[in-house]
Design a protein. Structure first.
Length: 477
């Protein structure tokens, strides 16, 4: 006889249309297998659901289909010694790749190349002699111009100290003038992002920008000049050789989440992650507790602000605020650990610390993670995986009925029939805790599920089709 699972709390929960689920649960329908057989550097989402991955694997670049399989229509170079660090998808479907290379698939290029939508080199991209040293990051402005950063000192023969802006055709934009640019340490820009006003936040290995003190972090005006209104944060603690800000995310309110290797920022104790106010001062209302375990090699390598204000943190670490979290953690908007985001054993490989260094959230709320790992929560996943996320655009509260389907009988006992299903859609049954108890891809407009082993109670049947989500309640007697 089945045990009863339905309670008053359950009734109240579903009466409000909200149910709990573990957003960190692995999406088993996505499996990239060995298509990224080395550490990843970047993930780029296309509007059609395909994913461009760059990294340290055989061809250094691959395009995946929505299920993780290799897109064979995308040209891949043969095995070569390049490092492809970052990519920017253009509105016309072309993609610009930057990194450490002087040729691409036999075509002479210096650290930057534009590819056609099929992955072949676009020879109309006019970079001239390009950058005279490697590039780490590229970001697309709304006007189609691009900011590039790295360790270069020239672009097409014009002096540019570690940062430049190029036009859509690849030529240098001379209206963006960084002066002498970056200096100190390796004079290297490693990560950049934009504020809503177009100003640039740049992190890396440097101590000044155009002669102005800017230790490891700087804000740059839209014309390339130093922004003196921004208080450059000072870092301390950890291994001095590793101490830096590695990743930056701007919230909708303009506050700035930073991650890296440090134990304090501008005198405030913060281990690996902190939030800054819009002027660069530390936001002390963001409190991650003891943060990550700072030791040799550990850091926060990626931060991502979700639409509901919660934050994803990835990197090389084994704990967050004293709780086991290997390589990935979810935080509340105030910085505390979100224990509902539970990655289990997290990411692991043969090294002491595996790493998550990229997050991308798809339109359906699923979370792509990339980095350097062999497993996610005990399941083999090579350097890229997808988490179920919230299954909707922002949170489970906002999942709407995008299309209709029928369930009968309901309440059910040993079997339930579901009809009017879109072919190729994904069907999931979840219990009241959000745990998936049944998962399949629909092959026809009708399917029958054996529910004889389900305990009595309330479940949610969720159908996903082309990013649209619909839910219905199912009662098992």
């Amino acid at each position: 006889m089945k045990k009863t699972l339905f309670t008053l709390g359950t009734a109240l929960l579903f009466g409000t249309g909200v149910f709990a689920q573990n957003l960190a649960e692995l999406d088993l329908s996505f499996d990239a297998d060995y298509n990224a057989n080395g550490a990843g550097e970047s993930l780029t989402l296309q509007p059609d659901g395909k994913i461009i991955v760059t990294g340290h694997f055989t061809s250094k670049i691959v395009r995946l289909n929505a299920d993780g399989s290799k897109d064979l229509s995308f040209n891949q170079p043969a095995d070569w010694g390049a490092i492809l660090k970052d990519a920017a998808l253009l509105p016309d479907g072309k993609v610009i790749i930057v990194g450490n290379f002087t040729d691409y698939d036999g075509v002479a290029v210096n650290h930057i190349v534009r590819l056609n939508s099929d992955g072949t080199v676009d020879n109309t991209f006019d970079q001239g002699t390009g950058a005279n040293n490697y590039l780490n990051a590229i970001a697309l402005q709304p006007d189609g111009k691009l900011i590039i950063t790295g360790v270069f000192t020239e672009y097409n023969g014009t002096a540019r100290g570690g940062i430049a802006r190029i036009n859509a055709d690849g030529t240098l934009d001379n209206t963006f003038d960084p002066g002498t640019g970056l200096a100190g340490i390796s004079a290297e820009g490693e990560y950049l992002t934009f504020q809503s006003d177009g100003k640039i936040l740049l992190a890396g290995k440097f101590t000044s920008y155009n002669g102005n003190p800017a230790n490891l972090f700087v804000r740059i005006n839209t014309d390339g000049s130093f922004d003196p209104s921004f208080v450059v944060p000072s870092l301390s603690g950890g291994n001095p050789a590793e101490r830096r800000i590695v990743c930056v995310a701007v919230q909708s309110d303009g506050k700035i989440v930073v991650g890296g290797h440090f134990t304090s920022i501008t005198g405030v104790a913060r281990n690996g992650i902190a939030r800054l106010n819009t002027d660069g001062t530390v936001d002390t209302s963001f409190d991650p507790g003891s943060g990550i375990n700072i030791t040799y090699g550990t850091l926060v390598a990626s931060v991502y602000v979700l639409p509901n204000g919660k934050i994803l943190a990835g990197g090389k670490f084994n704990t967050f605020d004293g709780v086991s979290r290997k390589g990935i953690a979810g935080l509340h908007a105030g910085g505390s650990l979100d224990t509902a985001f539970d990655p289990g054993t997290g990411v692991v490989d043969f090294l002491p610390y595996a790493m998550v260094n990229n997050f991308k959230v798809q339109a359906n709320g699923k979370i792509l993670i990339g980095g350097d790992f062999d497993e996610y929560n005990g399941v083999t996943r090579r350097n890229i995986a997808r988490l179920n996320g919230d299954g909707g655009t922002t949170s489970v509260e906002n999942i709407k009925d995008n299309f209709s389907f029928n369930i009968f009988p309901n309440p059910a006992n040993d079997f339930v029939t579901i009809t009017h299903l879109p072919s190729g859609s994904k069907l999931k049954v979840m219990d009241i805790t959000g745990k998936t108890v049944y998962n399949s891809v629909v092959q026809s407009e009708q399917t029958v599920i054996n529910t004889s082993d389900f305990v009595n109670g309330v479940y949610i049947i969720q159908i996903e089709n082309n990013g649209s989500i619909s839910n219905k309640k199912l009662i098992i007697n």
